[in-house]
Design a protein around this ligand. Structure first.
Ligand code: ZN
Length: 213
């Protein structure tokens, strides 16, 4: 792993330390609950795979495990609470992002990729698995603003757990929703939406999840 990545991961671990949990409130009984607790999406998010290129049968099984984890995290109370509670430089929110955690959470739920027409609450993924060149050997994967596809380096995919694949795909998918981060491994980058939320999804994918409804 490159030093840059390593440092960024260290920073990031600090960024996504879970906030102390407040005890779960009883079921809603009226309008008196704090606004953050009343934010309940109307329907569970879905995930649909479109073009799947370069994946063998075995690799498709891991991909399926990863996407199942990804959508389970997106529909969990743990994910909602951590995104809504995210802080950067002492303020609610993320790096490189003017919107509030609430607005960011709503944008994630809306799932309006830049290559789809509808804010349909559905994660629409086109994925490609490739053998990257020696020059790209440290790159896990990428997408470009013009592309509707998330491309993954087989070298990493092979050793990744399904949770790590879920985190990686989430990072790239968040770019398709318009979230950006510094290109260089700056101190702020781990707090950007793609890094912070991507790593959050990876971490939550490893543990028990409570469905939103
Ligand atoms: Zn990125």
């Amino acid at each position: 792993m490159r030093i840059g990545n390593w440092i960024s991961r260290l920073f990031h671990r600090r960024a996504v330390e879970p906030a102390p949990r407040t005890p779960t409130a009883p079921a809603p009984t009226g309008p008196a609950r704090p606004p953050v607790d009343t934010f309940e999406p109307s329907a569970p998010m879905k995930l649909s795979l479109g073009k799947v290129t370069g994946y063998s049968g075995t690799e498709q099984q891991k991909l399926a495990q990863a996407t199942t984890l990804m959508v389970a995290v997106l529909n969990s109370r743990e994910f909602r609470d951590e995104v809504l509670g995210a802080r950067f430089q002492g303020q609610p929110g993320f790096a490189d992002e003017a919107r509030s955690p609430r607005e960011i959470y709503a944008a994630i739920r809306a799932a309006k990729e830049n290559y789809t027409d509808a804010a349909d609450g559905e994660v629409d993924l086109n994925v490609s698995l490739e053998d990257f060149s020696w020059f790209q050997r440290h790159t896990v994967g990428y997408t470009t603003p013009e592309s509707d596809t998330l491309t993954t380096n087989r070298r990493f995919f092979g050793s990744f757990t399904p949770a790590e694949v879920a985190g990686h795909l989430s990072h790239e998918w968040l770019h398709k929703l318009g979230f950006e981060h510094d290109f260089a491994a700056t101190a702020d980058r781990p707090y950007s939406v793609p890094y912070a939320v991507g790593e959050l999804i990876e971490r939550l994918a490893k543990g028990p999840l409570t469905p939103l409804s």
